[in-house]
Design a protein around this ligand. Structure first.
Ligand SMILES: *Cc1c(COP(=O)(O)O)cnc(C)c1O
Length: 468
């Protein structure tokens, strides 16, 4: 299986090379040259199979010759044994016609673990084969950093630097990063916002000499392996609810559009999905784009669901590419224009193609809080604010009745204990950490503080790369 760039100016490369590269050299995102598919019988057979078996089947379609099937299965078994639930991503009925897909049973209690656990193992394999030692840098709005540290700590062929915006993440989120004691991991609090952290990382990647000197790599949500790994739970959950004989719909709490795009991938691979609803908080660039056809950036606002406080949904470029029938020239034009002006009008035909599968809903702060309370009172489930955005959107879609009796699956992307302040403010209940994660509470923290300045952070990275 080969991978091409959405902007058409980069040579096609293999799976593991695309994983290590992250972004394509022409600034585009890698997508598979063609979509692999499953037959309805194969999809039906996923029901009741161990999660790792389905993961190896789905990811295997994308890995092609690069990873032997037996080895991939072993990697998936190892990756998902770090989850505390035997189903890995269990489905739970919440309301009539609305089920919850729980993606937070991994080591850092958010859905980022699902992809990061397998990504680290793919890195290990690729780097060993190539005799390389890479330096991974990541900016995090909270959840990516913890999942990445947990997955890569102790890795012999990768060192990792994580930048987080000081004071803008929850204590639990911070502790998942700062309590790792392994020498190959460093965590830095930057005196700035998440966007500032991301700008610093971007500046590092644009520094060609630095890139080569430390063999720089990124594991953010545009990495193809993360998308492929996230497609897996669309199959397991849909099969549990009767696919392929019955269509299902998904409601996805959306920031960077990686998770929602993984649903598109599952659909392309043959899973009968009636609808994917991208549910945003008041940072609603994706919801507005899917409602109006105009993809236009606004100002970032801080919300109770900080992992979705994003106004550039990087993976939306992949959907644009597909919806324009893979017009790389048009995609490059559109996203260069977006970088310049902050907005791009989706061509009518492409918008119509997107609208066949996708819809957008945005949920404000009041409704998010009320949904946490109502869900607790009505079902006994305490949900986190990101999940509440999805549940609120799912209730709206259900109430409109257009999807008939098609079951809706709302993705639950974080455990409530990851956002205890917001959950308590809304519901009065203080969620406790599950036993497996409770260890982070007593552990000493280790992180450095740096100013919001790319040069200072770069010097820090060089010193770290020289030392570890
Ligand atoms: C990252 C994250 C999201 C958003 O996922 P995207 O793939 O960026 O759209 C939603 N909820 C939680 C808890 C997250 O950590």
């Amino acid at each position: 299986m080969r991978y091409v760039s959405t902007r058409g100016e980069a040579p096609a490369i293999g799976f593991l090379d695309a994983v290590l590269a992250g972004l394509a050299p022409d600034g585009g995102l890698y997508v598979p040259e063609e979509w692999p598919t499953f037959t309805p019988a194969e999809i039906g057979a996923f029901d009741g199979k161990p999660y790792a078996t389905v993961a190896a089947a789905v990811i295997g379609k994308f890995a092609g010759q690069d990873v032997e099937p037996d080895e991939l299965l072993e990697m998936c078994q190892e990756a998902y044994s770090s989850f505390t639930h035997p189903c890995v991503t269990p489905v739970k009925q919440l309301y009539p016609g609305i089920a919850l897909l729980e993606l937070f049973h991994g080591p850092t209690l958010a859905f980022k673990d699902v992809a990061m656990q397998i990504l680290a193992r793919l890195y290990d394999k690729a780097l060993k084969a190539q005799g390389r030692r890479m330096t991974i840098v990541a900016a995090t709005s909270g959840d990516t950093g913890g999942a990445a540290v947990e997955a890569f700590r102790g890795a012999s062929n990768a060192r990792m630097l994580v930048l987080f915006p000081e004071g803008r993440i929850s204590e639990v989120q911070r502790r998942f990063m700062t309590t790792a004691s392994e020498a190959n991991v460093r965590t830095v609090a930057v005196a700035g916002s998440f966007d500032d952290c991301q700008s610093i990382v971007k500046a590092m990647f644009q520094d060609r000499a630095l890139r080569q000197a430390v063999d720089l790599s990124g594991v953010n949500s545009i990495n193809w392996a993360r998308i492929a790994a996230q497609a897996v739970y669309y199959f397991t959950s849909a099969a549990a609810l009767g696919a392929p004989h019955r269509k299902v719909g998904f409601v996805v709490p959306t920031g960077n559009f990686g998770d929602a795009f993984a649903g598109f991938v599952a659909h392309k691979m043959g899973l009968p999905i009636a609808r994917i609803v991208a549910a945003t908080n008041s940072n609603d660039i994706v919801a507005r784009a899917l409602q109006s056809g105009l993809y236009a950036r606004g100002a970032v606002r801080a919300t109770q669901s900080p992992a979705m406080d994003i106004q550039i949904a990087s993976n939306f470029e992949r959907l644009y590419f597909e919806a324009t029938r893979r017009e790389a020239l048009e995609t490059a034009r559109a996203f260069n224009a977006f970088a310049q002006t902050g907005s791009v009008a989706i061509p009518p035909q492409a918008f119509a193609a997107m609208s066949e599968l996708f819809a957008g809903e945005s949920v404000d702060e009041g409704e998010t809080g009320r949904t946490i309370v109502a869900t607790l009172n009505e079902t006994g489930e305490l949900i986190d604010p990101h999940t509440a955005v999805a549940v609120a959107a799912a209730k709206r879609v259900r109430a409109r009745g257009k999807l008939g009796s098609t079951p809706l699956i709302a993705l639950s992307t974080a455990h409530p204990a990851k956002f205890p302040e917001a959950v308590k403010a809304a519901s009065g209940m203080e969620p406790g950490l599950p036993a497996a994660a409770a260890g982070i509470e007593g552990k000493p923290e280790r992180f450095d503080r740096l100013p919001n300045d790319a040069e200072t952070v770069t010097a820090y990275l060089k010193a770290f790369a020289g030392a570890a």
